[in-house]
Design a protein around this ligand. Structure first.
Ligand code: 57M
Length: 358
C-alpha cells in the first residue's frame, strides 16, 4: 500500500519515485518480513511456551526425536503475520493477484491452525481428521481456481518446461489441475516438515526461484524475450514471494537445529499452498515439480512406502518420509537437512535454466 499511497506524491517529493520500482519493493518486502519475524519470534516463542503449546512426540519415530518433546509449535503464525504485513505494505494492493495469494495463504493457515488448535490446545491428539483437512483444502483451492478461471484475461493454457511450442489449453480442466497443484504442494510441504529447518529451507529457495519467475512473467519485454507467457500484474507476486523468503529467513534463525520452535500445520500448509498458488497464477505449474523437488521426493517416498507396505507387507525405506530413512541410517539430523537444502538449491538453479532452455 506504500506504493498506492506514497507514489502519487512523487511530483512533490521526488525521492518517493523509488516506490515505482518493483525491484525496490521486492527487496524491502523481504527485509521487512525478515525483521518482523526476527524481532517478534522470541516473544512469540515465550507466548507459545506459556500456553504450553509443546509438541508431543510420537514414540514410533526416530528415538532422537523424543528429546524434542515440549518444543513450542505453531510458530507458523509468526510467518503468516510477517508475510501478510510485508506484502500489504510493499505490494500494489490494487492488483487482484495480491489479494488472491493472501487469501490462499491465510485460508490454508486457518485450516492448519484448526488442526493444531485441536491437537495442542484442545488436546484432541489427532486434530482434524484427514478427510476434514483434505475437504477444506480442496474447497479453498477450488474457490481460488474458479476465481482465476473467471478472471478476465487469465489463460487456461499450460506451459511445459523445455517445450516453448507445446502450450495445451486445458479449458475448464485447468480448474481441477490448479486444485491439484495447490493442495498437493500444501501437503508435500507439510510432510517435509519433520526435521529442524527441513521444510523452511526449501520453502525459502522455492520462494526465491518464484520471485524471479513472477518478476519475469510480469515483465513484458523479458517474457517476450524468453518466450514465456506474459501475465499482466504477476510482478506483484514477486513482492509476496520475497516476503515469504524474508519471513522464512527470520523463522529459520529459531527453527535451525536444535529448534527452539516448530512451525506447525499453521505454517506448513499455507507455505505450500502459497507456492502452489503463485505457480498457478504465474503459469509455471509444472516447474514447481522441479523447484519444489525436495517436497516431491518427500511426498513420493511416502506414497511408495504406503503402497509397498499395503501391497507386499514390506517397506522400501527404513521409514518414510525419506528424511527419516536417512536418520535411521545413522545420518545426524543437521546432515540430513543441509544435504536436502543442497539438492533444493541445485533443483532451483536447474528450474531457472529452463526459462532459457526452450
Ligand atoms: C507432518 N509432522 C512431523 C511439527 C511440524 C502418512 C505419514 C507419512 C504421515 C506422516 C505425518 O504424520 N506427517 C505429519 C509431519 C512432526 O512435526 C510437527 O508437524 C508439523 C508439520 N505438520 O511443524 O509441529 C514431527 O516432526 C519433527 N519436527 C522436527 N523439527 C521441525 O522443525 O524435528 C518437525 C518440525 C515433530 C518433530 O518430531 O513431532 C512428523 O514427523 O509427524 N507420518 C510420518 O511422517 C511418520 N512416518 C511414518 O509413519 N511412516 C510409516 C508410514 C509411511 C507407513 C512408515 O514409514 O512405515 C514419522 N513421523 C513421526 N513418527 N512423528 C515417523 C513416526
Amino acid at each position: 500500500m506504500l506504493y498506492n499511497w506514497l507514489y502519487p506524491f512523487h511530483t512533490d517529493y521526488s525521492f518517493l519515485n523509488v516506490f515505482r520500482y518493483l525491484s525496490f519493493r521486492i527487496i524491502y518486502a523481504a527485509v521487512t518480513a525478515f525483521l518482523v519475524a526476527f524481532v517478534l519470534a522470541p516473544r512469540v516463542i515465550r507466548k507459545l511456551q506459556a500456553m504450553k503449546l509443546g509438541q508431543q512426540i510420537r514414540g514410533d519415530g526416530p528415538k532422537s526425536h523424543l528429546a524434542k518433546s515440549g518444543t513450542p509449535t505453531m510458530g507458523g503464525i509468526l510467518i503468516l503475520f510477517a508475510v501478510v504485513l510485508s506484502t500489504l505494505l510493499w505490494a500494489d494492493i490494487a492488483k487482484p493477484y495480491v489479494w488472491l495469494v493472501l487469501v490462499a495463504m491465510v485460508g490454508f493457515g486457518a485450516i492448519g491452525f484448526a488442526d493444531d488448535y485441536l491437537k495442542f490446545i484442545k488436546a484432541q491428539s489427532k486434530g482434524l481428521s484427514a478427510g476434514q483437512k483434505f475437504t477444506a483444502q480442496v474447497a479453498l483451492a477450488l474457490a481460488i481456481a474458479l476465481v482465476l478461471y473467471f478472471l478476465p484475461g487469465y489463460t487456461t493454457k499450460l506451459s511445459i518446461p523445455f517445450f516453448k511450442n507445446v502450450v495445451p489449453d486445458l479449458g475448464w480442466l485447468y480448474v481441477a489441475f490448479a486444485v491439484l497443484v495447490i493442495v498437493g504442494s500444501s501437503n508435500a510441504v507439510n510432510l517435509t516438515d519433520g526435521l529442524d529447518g527441513l521444510a523452511i529451507g526449501p520453502v525459502m529457495i522455492a520462494a526465491l526461484a518464484y520471485t524471479i519467475v513472477a518478476y519475469v512473467a510480469g515483465h513484458r519485454l523479458m517474457s517476450d524475450y524468453l518466450l514465456i507467457q506474459h501475465i499482466e500484474g504477476a510482478g506483484e507476486l514477486a513482492v509476496f514471494t520475497a516476503a515469504i523468503l524474508g519471513a522464512s529467513l527470520g523463522f529459520l534463525w529459531f527453527n535451525t537445529y536444535p529448534a527452539s520452535v516448530f512451525m506447525g500445520d499453521v505454517g506448513s500448509l499455507p507455505l505450500g499452498a502459497a507456492l502452489g498458488t503463485v505457480a498457478v497464477i504465474s503459469k509455471h505449474e509444472l516447474l514447481l515439480l522441479m523447484v519444489g523437488g525436495v517436497f516431491v521426493i518427500e511426498a513420493v517416498s511416502v506414497i511408495f512406502q504406503v503402497i509397498s507396505f499395503k501391497a507386499r507387507g514390506k517397506r522400501i525405506f527404513l521409514m518414510a518420509p525419506i528424511h527419516h530413512h536417512f536418520e535411521m541410517k545413522g545420518w545426524e539430523e543437521p546432515k540430513v537437512v543441509v544435504r536436502l537444502w543442497i539438492i533444493a538449491i541445485l533443483l532451483a538453479l536447474l528450474s531457472l535454466s529452463t526459462l532459457k532452455l526452450r
